[in-house]
Design a protein around this ligand. Structure first.
Ligand code: DLL
Length: 446
């Protein structure tokens, strides 16, 4: 099912024409209204009239997170404060947040792309949605909320956390849809299992997961543990919030549709900033085409992914792959670039291991090292009567010793790094308590 069939399947020439018209207008709009953009473009020697189509985008300078910080709080707003209806902030935990603003018109478009995304995820009017994204400065809660209402769903604005309560309401309200981070979906699934609540006894059908990187191994665990079809929703506050792209529930694993009529994507080289050919991973860059309060030109998201231009799905809009990680979170270990999702991807297919893992980065001698801590599958532990971890026992145990060796070897083969693998008892690794989960502990001295 499509939410806006005429836009979602717009012939590519028409989509391009729309994008070009919107881009030309958006560039002139920010040049005339935001001193920061006027200065950036003047310094780069680019006039608004030089931008005639998306092919001219490369002439514009990038906008980076620092530019938002330097103009804190409202310096990049293109409208008088009286026209601002809502203010959100980035999820950063330290220092000042990255501030973004919306006009009434922006909120309407935000809701429209969320309604489109939720339909793409399998949601329908009349369904009950349990929205466990955080409400507050974070765009997840309110962003999804308004879009779900626009679609005609009944929203339960429970926000993140209070897992017991989540489960009680899920049972009593017969919620059809759960929206939350993938790591929190795992927490809920685990709690259900602990309490002996079968996923079939619930009414959940879909989970719409995003706000942090995740891979197929987590999808498999969430789908099994909650009895849902789980899809990816992507977005960032600076561009809008959630709903910049969304995976289709019937085309899982083939990428997420980018709503190109509002957000124009590019993938560029992390170092040179030059556009990359299709299929090569690089930094995702977005230019908003219709924003009023805080448009961004060539916003450097720091997110690493790949764009597929084959347009082979139900819609004509292009798809992006899963986010591998953020370039500012990339570890460089003995000369090898490492994202935690690469380790997560290796976990796929290891039924004796759970999707609860953590990377410990350390430097005890000359070289940086990474240890992988991963929890054993709880059912396996009870079947073996295992109550604590003894590394010598694991190594000498037929089944566990073999899993240990194969997992370590697969990490080396796939990632190119030797990592110490430590098996943990279920529950030993921190869980998401409702929001984004940090899976890396860096103990190196800065
Ligand atoms: O996380 C918006 C959002 C809310 C998206 C709910 C999806 C669901 P910020 O707090 O500004 O906004 O963080 C944006 O989170 O640049 C990515 O690094 C990461 N991110 C968001 N969605 C995904 C995803 C929201 N599906 C930053 N996969 C982005 C991987 C994601 N990373």
């Amino acid at each position: 099912m499509l939410y806006q069939p005429e836009i979602e399947t717009l012939a590519i020439e028409k989509l391009r024409k729309l994008q070009n018209e919107r881009l030309v207008a958006q560039v002139a709009y920010v040049y005339n209204r935001v001193p920061f953009y006027k200065k950036q473009m003047d310094e780069a020697g680019v006039k608004p009239t030089d931008i005639k189509s998306i092919h001219d985008l490369h002439k514009l300078p990038f906008t980076k997170k620092n530019d938002l910080r330097d103009n804190y709080p409202f310096g990049l707003f293109a409208v008088p404060q009286s026209e601002i209806t809502r203010i959100h902030g980035s999820s950063g935990t330290t220092g000042k947040p990255t501030v973004v603003g919306y006009t009434k018109g922006d909120i309407d478009i935000f809701s429209e792309v969320i309604a489109r995304s939720l339909t793409t995820a399998g949601c329908k009017p009349g369904m009950i949605m349990q929205n466990a994204y955080g409400y507050g400065l974070f765009t997840g809660g309110l962003g999804i909320h308004y879009g779900a209402e626009q679609l005609g769903m009944a929203v339960v604005p429970i926000s993140g956390g209070m897992t017991e309560r989540q489960i009680m309401l899920m049972q009593d309200f017969r919620s059809d849809v759960l929206c939350c981070t993938p790591s929190y979906a795992l927490t809920i699934a685990e709690e259900l299992k602990k309490r002996g609540i079968a996923p079939e006894s619930l009414n959940l059908k879909f989970a719409v997961l995003g706000a942090e990187p995740w891979t197929e191994s987590i999808r498999a665990e969430v789908e099994k543990g909650l009895g849902v079809v789980a899809t990816n929703i992507y977005g960032l506050s600076e561009v809008m919030g959630p709903g910049v792209s969304q995976e289709d529930y019937e085309e899982k694993g083939s990428g997420s549709y980018i709503w190109e009529d509002h957000f124009f994507p590019e993938v560029v080289d992390r170092v040179t900033g030059l556009p990359l050919p299709e299929g090569q991973p690089g930094v995702l860059v977005f230019t908003t085409l219709t924003k009023q309060a805080m448009p961004v030109l060539r916003y450097w998201t720091n997110d690493i992914t790949t764009i597929y231009y084959d347009r082979a799905g139900k819609r004509t809009h292009i798809k992006m792959g899963q986010i591998i990680g953020r370039s500012d979170d990339m570890l460089i270990i003995r000369g090898v670039n490492l994202f935690h999702t690469q380790v997560e991807a290796v976990l796929e297919g290891f039924n004796d291991l759970s999707a609860n893992y953590q990377l410990i980065v350390k430097n005890e001698g000359k070289m940086d090292e990474v240890d992988v801590k991963v929890e054993l599958d709880p059912e396996l532990c009870s079947a073996l009567g295992l109550e604590s971890i003894d590394i010598e026992f694991i190594k000498s145990h037929d089944r566990l010793g073999q899993v240990h060796r194969i997992f370590q070897k697969k990490i080396k083969d796939n990632i190119g790094l030797t990592m110490k693998v430590e098996f943990m008892m279920p529950g030993a690794i921190p869980r998401s308590e409702g929001g984004k989960l940090n899976r890396i502990v860096d103990t190196r001295k800065k």
